[in-house]
Design a protein around this ligand. Structure first.
Ligand code: HEC
Ligand code: HEC
Ligand code: HEC
Ligand code: HEC
Ligand code: HEC
Length: 410
């Protein structure tokens, strides 16, 4: 019990240290200097309280609730509600915070930067290194996760991308527009905009020279980046606010090419049949998958004419970056790097007609968290137990079959 407690504390601490040290990694190319300056300022440290709204703002313009924005921006609200950004304060995070706030308050505070970054979502604020009660805390906002204001509001000013025609200026006096109009900047179209939460900086936790969260760096060296495809190109196509990723089978299928081929059309009994499975990731903009938390399992087996699995014919591979729960090291990194490929060369003797190779690819989007929540429940879940249990159940429901194919061999 005590040992596990220590182990978990160190997991959480490691996460927190890494996160606090994280600075956006800025490339030499892509974003203009002005856009980079904007992004650095926009995402520097914790987002400060928005302050008093301008007197002319109506109640709906004052509200930070996503539904208030949605009254005038219904498409973005509808999309966002289905996204993981809207669920970033789900039971997996909230359940841990219950005990963490008592035992390790500083660590608990560090999660907000990425999971609920707006000041009005935090019960406490840091002022000159002192913890003070936040007078603007709104408990109904806290659980809403990465709300619209996280990306679009600073000090009550609204920020957004240029219009689709590229223009940024206001056609009428901003005074006359809802929420005083919008400050438009190309920074919203850049991959760097996403980096502050999806990339650890050089001080953060890293194994074998690769930060635990390394999506932006992977992207920067990817064929997708060379084509000018920013994160938004794939994750916000047509400016949609869906942010589909590894949890969405269609998104994952859309990113990959999977080819299964036999060496030749048919083999005779007694011959060694050959087949090759090749997975490439031409429409993924980083390693597949990018995080340590998912796992992709490839399984190939021979089935005889009666459909029975042939003994000793099963071959399994894992595609993923495997780490132990205490995040002390990297066990293996078998992810497909950007521009790379996964190959499984299969060869077995076939002993009769009607034999075939059966291949499945299964995705476990939350494999790490299933293990993590299981251990939490046996140790430090405490008052967060009910939430952690719900989160664990959700991770057990998330696996899906990405690909399934039977290839006749004889
Ligand atoms: C009362 C209606 C109303 C509400 C409430 C509202 N907006 Fe807007 N918003 C508008 C209008 C109208 C524009 C277009 C302004 C212009 O043409 O410059 C706009 C523009 C924007 C833009 C620029 C992109 C675009 O479509 O031109 C962003 C981003 C934005 N709003 C975000 C928000 C967020 C975030 C909230 C909630 C905190 C919010 N808005 C609340 C009416 C509203
Ligand atoms: C630098 C940004 C960052 C910080 C800081 C951060 N996280 Fe996360 N977290 C992420 C990202 C990105 C994901 C999604 C990818 C993944 O699963 O690894 C995530 C996923 C999770 C998940 C799984 C999804 C879910 O909602 O159940 C949990 C649980 C979680 N984080 C807990 C925490 C806790 C607790 C802290 C504070 C100790 C924390 N995180 C700090 C970025 C962060
Ligand atoms: C994680 C950051 C993030 C969050 C959260 C977010 N947005 Fe956005 N939003 C963006 C980015 C980035 C763009 C520009 C995307 C592009 O052009 O590819 C954008 C674009 C927009 C636009 C312009 C759309 C257009 O067609 O020109 C509006 C309006 C908007 N967001 C409103 C909202 C509202 C309302 C919410 C909450 C329901 C919200 N956003 C939540 C990042 C965010
Ligand atoms: C304020 C921090 C923050 C910002 C900014 C942010 N994200 Fe996220 N993102 C997260 C967290 C935290 C999660 C995990 C939510 C969860 O599951 O609890 C996440 C989840 C995701 C996922 C879903 C991953 C999956 O497991 O399927 C995608 C895709 C994604 N983000 C893309 C983006 C893109 C693209 C941008 C930039 C436009 C962006 N994010 C900006 C914090 C952020
Ligand atoms: C060329 C298209 C493309 C680009 C560019 C791209 N992604 Fe992805 N992304 C995908 C696809 C497809 C998936 C689903 C497969 C996977 O998980 O790798 C994905 C998955 C994800 C996930 C799910 C978690 C995981 O472990 O895979 C996150 C988070 C994410 N992307 C964030 C980003 C961020 C941040 C950027 C920019 C720095 C970015 N992506 C750039 C296509 C892209």
């Amino acid at each position: 019990m005590r040992r596990t407690e220590g182990l978990l504390a160190s997991v959480i601490l490691a996460l927190a240290l890494a996160a606090e040290a994280a600075e956006p990694v800025l490339p030499d190319v892509a974003a203009t200097p002005a856009e980079r300056t904007f992004i650095e300022r926009h995402w520097r440290g914790s987002i400060p309280p928005q302050g008093a709204p301008p007197a002319r703002f109506s109640p709906i313009e004052r509200s930070l609730q996503p539904e208030a924005c949605g009254a005038c921006h219904p498409v973005q609200l509808g999309d966002w509600q289905t996204s993981l950004h809207a669920r970033s304060m789900g039971p997996g995070v909230m359940g841990q915070l219950v005990e963490m706030r008592r035992r390790e308050p500083a660590t608990a505070r560090s999660c907000a930067r990425c999971h609920a970054p707006v000041a009005e979502q935090r019960p406490e604020l840091l002022e000159a290194n002192r913890v003070v009660t936040n007078p603007d805390f709104d408990v109904t906002l806290e659980s809403r996760g990465i709300i619209c204001a996280s990306c679009h509001l600073r000090g009550r000013e609204h920020f957004g991308p240029p219009r689709r025609d590229g223009s940024t200026d206001s056609r009428v006096s901003r005074e006359r527009l809802p929420h005083g109009g919008v400050t438009r900047t190309g920074a919203f179209l850049r991959a760097e905009f996403c980096a502050s939460c999806h990339q650890f900086g050089s001080e953060g936790l890293a194994f074998n020279g690769k930060p635990l969260e390394n999506t932006f760096s992977e992207w920067r060296r990817s064929p997708a980046a060379r084509r000018g495809w920013q994160c938004q190109h794939c994750h916000m196509p047509d400016r949609r606010h869906l942010w589909r990723g590894i949890h969405d089978p269609e998104m994952v299928r859309g990113g990959l090419d999977i080819v299964l081929r036999a060496g030749r059309e048919r083999y005779r009994a007694g011959e060694a049949a050959r087949a090759t499975l090749v997975i490439t990731t031409p429409r993924v903009g980083h390693a597949f998958p990018t995080y340590v938390t998912p796992q992709v399992r490839v399984k190939a087996e021979l089935r005889d004419a009666a459909g029975q699995v042939v003994a000793g014919s099963v071959e399994e591979r894992v595609i993923g970056r495997q780490v132990p729960l205490d995040l002390s090291r990297e066990i293996a990194d078998t992810r497909i790097p950007p521009g790379g490929r996964f190959t499984l060369a299969y060869s077995r003797r076939v002993d009769g007609p009607g034999w075939r190779l059966y291949v499945t690819i299964t995705v476990l989007p939350d494999e790490f968290y299933t293990r993590f929540f299981e251990v939490l429940l046996t140790s430090v879940a405490g008052a967060g137990e009910a939430d952690i249990r719900r989160a664990l159940e959700a991770t057990r429901r998330s696996p899906y079959t990405l690909y399934e194919k039977e290839l006749p061999l004889s």
